[in-house]
Design a protein around this ligand. Structure first.
Ligand code: UD1
Length: 341
């Protein structure tokens, strides 16, 4: 298939482009490189021996979108482009609504104009808010506690409304749990700009000597060791979930669309201290840490019920915690300064 990937140079996007190319798809990336570097795509090309068509541009620009859809001959779009830092979204809410909500609206309009009706959207487990029950099933009530989360929820609602008005759309809404790790080659991985917000990139930077110690945000949660529990998922498993979603969407009979929301997680929760121990084992480096107060807005525990993905997509995560940490370390060690090194 010809696939347009927005935000394809980013962390999850680059890993998905690699798997798409390896599976024989033709990939066009539309990216404004606001939080990524074209070098990730150079590396994907080297790893696969295939070429990516690249368009530098912004998803809020309808003309660029129509050009990207037309030039790529897109049959489907995978939409990663967006802003994703919770703290920043509190400071800059309008930028978040503009990039994420307006950007996705423009994308849908352009797709409609070009007759492209299949979209895979990067949502997040953040749309479940503070879990009322665990594991999280897709029918858990939706809510959001910060502007970033609200943009994801608004976009999900927009897709459901669009589908209600035109049932020929094919939407796969993927609710990611906590993506970590890197491609086994160590050539592509997560390259956070500035101080990492997320746990594993921070731990990796401590291991490589870029940071002195990890701040553990709270050890008084109602969890086995008091630290926060999350469902960490290997980014390659996550990338493969997108391919399975495209396959499932393309199986729908002609003219008959669908709109499905699916968790992409492992179903297993690990604590912050579990992650520290696993990373120490994978890297052979001690990870110094200090217990701090809770981070505002954090929840105690969050993990998926991955049953729907297995039943509907035939997909399940296969890479374990050891592999996640070993691959994250391999990337970090080979690229201590990320793509900028
Ligand atoms: C965060 C976002 C979430 C978003 C996701 C994207 C918040 C509150 N949530 O998820 O909306 O979809 O990133 O990747 O920001 N931790 C530490 N020290 C650190 C960093 C994290 O102890 O330096 C702990 C956190 O308290 C949490 C766990 O590690 O218990 C995971 O944190 P993180 O990687 O930031 O992910 P989430 O908070 O789950």
């Amino acid at each position: 298939m010809n696939i347009l990937v927005t935000g394809g140079a980013g962390y999850i996007g680059s890993h998905t482009c690699l798997e798409l190319l390896s599976a024989g798809h033709a990939v066009t990336v539309l990216d404004n490189y606001s939080n990524s570097k074209p070098e990730s795509l150079n590396r994907v090309e080297r790893l696969t021996g295939k070429t990516i068509r690249r368009i530098e541009g912004d998803i809020r620009d309808g003309a660029v979108l129509r050009r990207a859809l037309t030039e790529s001959g897109a049959e489907a779009v995978i939409h990663f482009a967006g802003l994703k830092a919770v703290g920043e979204s509190v400071q800059l809410p309008l930028q978040y609504y503009d990039n994420n909500v307006v950007g996705t609206l423009r994308l849908l309009e352009a797709m409609q104009a070009c007759g492209v009706k299949t979209l895979v959207f990067s949502s997040s487990a953040t749309v479940y808010g503070d879990p009322q029950r665990l594991p999280l099933t897709e029918d858990h009530p939706l809510s959001a506690t910060n502007p970033y989360g609200r943009t994801k929820l608004v976009i999900e609602d927009m897709l459901r409304d669009a589908f209600a008005g035109d049932a020929s759309w094919r939407f796969g809404i993927l609710r990611y749990f906590n993506p970590v790790g890197a491609h086994a080659s160590g050539q592509i991985g997560e390259d956070p700009q500035g101080v990492p917000n997320n746990l594993l990139p921070f731990v990796a930077q401590v291991a490589v000597g870029r940071r002195e110690f990890l701040n553990v945000w709270g050890n008084d949660y109602d969890t086995p060791d008091g630290t926060g529990v999350r469902d960490y998922i290997h980014v390659v498993d996550l990338a493969l979930g997108h391919l399975r979603t495209l396959e499932a969407l393309s199986k729908a009979p002609a003219g008959q669309g669908q709109c499905m929301a699916i968790n992409l997680g492992t179903g297993v929760g690990y604590s912050v201290l579990d992650m520290v121990k696993a990373f120490e084992a994978a890297s052979g480096k001690p990870i110094a840490y200090q217990i701090q107060a809770r981070r505002p807005g954090d929840i105690a525990a969050c993990y998926a019920d991955p049953t729907t993905a297995k039943e509907v997509l035939g997909w399940q995560a296969t890479r374990d915690l050891q592999t996640m940490c070993a691959d994250a370390w391999n990337w970090q060690r080979n690229n201590p300064l990320g793509y900028g090194g």
